[in-house]
Design a protein around this ligand. Structure first.
Ligand code: UTP
Length: 294
C-alpha cells in the first residue's frame, strides 16, 4: 500500500531548551533561516506525502500561523519593492488543505501524541517525523522508509549507528541484516528496547525519529501502557508488534542534529548556515574569528 500520510508530533514541552521554549514552541525555533518544523514538512512533501497531521497543544498556535497565508504581509512587501521576499513567503506554504492540526490535551508522551491521531489515520499506513530531529543528508530519510515499506509491507524505522555510550538516550533495534530488491540493506528486527543501559543494549542501532507505521500500532498505544519515564512510549508499542509484524530498521547515514538539546540545535545552525549560498562565506569567517580567539 502506498504511504500518503504523515504525522508530525509537536506538542511536547521542550523543557531541555528552556527558557528559549517558554513562549516559543521548540518546533518553531529557527535553524539558520526557517523554523525546525518547516524542515520536516518539506522532507515529508519532498518524499511524496500528500497529507500531514501536526499534533499541537495549548500555546502552540504559532505553528498554525506559520503555515497560514499572510496576505497583508505579502501585499506590504510587494508595495515596498520586496516582491522576491513576498514570493518566498507564499512559496513555502503547502497547498491549502494539506495540513491538519489536532491538539494533544495531556502531555503523556510521544506514544500518546501518536495515539491522538488514530481516527485521522483511518486504515492507512503513515510516516511519523519528529521535528526536533533535523536530517540534512543527501537522501530523503522519509522516502527511504516509504520505499522499504512499499517493497516489504513491513513497518520501517530509521536508525543510525551511534557510539555505545549514547544508546541510553535512544530506542535500540537488533536483528538480522537483509538486502531488499532495491539493493538497500535493512535490519529485520527481532528486538527493540527503549533507553537501555550500555550493558543491556542489544546493538548500537539507534532509532532516530522517522517511522512508517500502520493502524496496528493504536491497539498497543493504550493510555495505561506507561513505560520508561512514566510516558507512553512509542518504542514499547512498536516492539509489542514484533511477534505479529515484520519490522525493518533502515540505516540512515546522513547528517543528523538533535535539536531537542541545546548543543545539537547550536550545531545545526552552523551546519545549515554553511550549506546556504547566502550565508556560508560569512559563517566561515565567523567560525575562524572565534576559533582564533578561544
Ligand atoms: P521529546 O521527547 O523531545 O519531549 O519529544 P519534549 O517535551 O518535546 O522535550 P523535553 O524532553 O521536555 O525537552 C519528541 C517529539 O515528540 C513530541 C515533541 O513535541 C517532539 O517533537 N511530543 C512529546 C508530543 O507531541 N507530545 C508529548 O507528550 C511529548
Amino acid at each position: 500500500m502506498r504511504v500518503r500520510k504523515a504525522i508530525i508530533p509537536a506538542a511536547g514541552l521542550g523543557t531541555r531548551m528552556l527558557p528559549a521554549t517558554k513562549v516559543v514552541p521548540k518546533e518553531m525555533l529557527p535553524v539558520a533561516t526557517k523554523p525546525l518544523i518547516q524542515y520536516v514538512v518539506e522532507e515529508a512533501l519532498d518524499a511524496g506525502i500528500e497529507h500531514i497531521l501536526i499534533i499541537t497543544a495549548r500555546e502552540k498556535s504559532s505553528i498554525q500561523d506559520h503555515f497560514d497565508r499572510d496576505a497583508n504581509m505579502e501585499n506590504f512587501l510587494k508595495k515596498v519593492g520586496k516582491a522576491d521576499i513576498a514570493k518566498m513567503m507564499s512559496d513555502y506554504l503547502p497547498e491549502t488543505g494539506a495540513i491538519t492540526y489536532l491538539r494533544q490535551d495531556e502531555r503523556l508522551g510521544l506514544g500518546h501524541a501518536i495515539w491522538c491521531a488514530r481516527h485521522w489515520a483511518g486504515n492507512e499506513p503513515f510516516v511519523i517525523l519528529s521535528p526536533d530531529e533535523l536530517l540534512m543528508g543527501e537522501q530523503n530519510c522519509t522516502r527511504m522508509l516509504m520505499d522499504s515499506y512499499e517493497e516489504t509491507g513491513g513497518l520501517a524505522i530509521a536508525m543510525q549507528d551511534l557510539p555505545r555510550e549514547d544508546v541510553v538516550r535512544y530506542g535500540v533495534i537488533a536483528g538480522t541484516e537483509i538486502t531488499l530488491k532495491s539493493g538497500q540493506k535493512v535490519i529485520r528486527a527481532d528486538q527493540m528496547v527503549e533507553k537501555p543501559t550500555v550493558e543491556e543494549a542489544p546493538s548500537n542501532h539507534c532509532i532516530i525519529g522517522r517511522y512508517v507505521l500502520d493502524p496496528g500500532i493504536f491497539v498497543h498505544l493504550n493510555k495505561k501502557l506507561a513505560g520508561a519515564g512514566g510516558e507512553i512510549q512509542l518504542t514499547d508499542a512498536i516492539s509489542a508488534q514484533l511477534a505479529t509484524r515484520d519490522i525493518y530498521g533502515v540505516l540512515y547515514d546522513g547528517e543528523r542534529f538533535d535539536c531537542g538539546k541545546r548543543i545539537g540545535w547550536l550545531e545545526a545552525n552552523i551546519a545549515a548556515a554553511l550549506r546556504s549560498e547566502d550565508l556560508k562565506q560569512d559563517m566561515r569567517n565567523i567560525i575562524k574569528k572565534y576559533a582564533n580567539n578561544s
